[in-house]
Ligand binder design. Structure first.
Ligand SMILES: [Zn+2]
Ligand SMILES: [Zn+2]
Length: 152
């Protein structure tokens, strides 16, 4: 589990300008350094941090996400002012996930279909009865009693 990714998650009601500034500062990057890393104009970053823009085009979004080491979904959540849960889903790798622990953001990203570590297709439901996962605290499916972890 990558702690820095968790720390970099947007806080509820955090604005885009605060969020970019906070993550940039946590990485000790200047606006200029960030713009170089992200491949976008420093003016764009100044404008974002000054609160002058609340939207990101695809280029800025992917550049900033890569430079700040955060999933693009985090930026989507801030821009759309929705919770992370609304744009991610409870998905997990049945081989790598230890049921009862938090999920890696690499799995829960809406765009992820396969596990980044082992290539197994991600699941969002019980392998045996196909009921969706209701809580990450559960180790066993409440509908059929089977473990969420694939064992073989
Ligand atoms: Zn895996
Ligand atoms: Zn089940």
């Amino acid at each position: 589990m990558n702690v820095s990714v968790t720390d970099a998650a947007p806080k509820p009601a955090e604005t885009l300008s605060c969020y970019i500034q906070r993550v940039r500062n946590s990485l000790s990057l200047t606006q200029l350094e960030l713009s170089t890393k992200a491949g976008i104009h420093v003016q764009t970053i100044r404008k974002i941090e000054a609160g002058g823009t609340s939207r990101l085009n695809q280029k800025a979004k992917s550049g900033l996400a890569a430079a700040l080491g955060i999933p693009q979904e985090y930026l989507d959540a801030v821009v759309k002012k929705v919770s992370l849960e609304a744009i991610t889903s409870l998905k997990f790798c049945p081989k790598c996930w230890t049921p009862g622990t938090t999920l890696d953001p690499m799995w829960t990203s809406l765009r992820s279909k396969y596990c980044f570590a082992c290539g197994t297709q991600l699941r969002d439901r019980c392998l045996s009865c196909h009921e969706p996962i209701v809580s990450l605290k559960f180790k066993f499916c409440p509908h059929c009693g089977k473990s969420y972890k694939q064992t073989e």
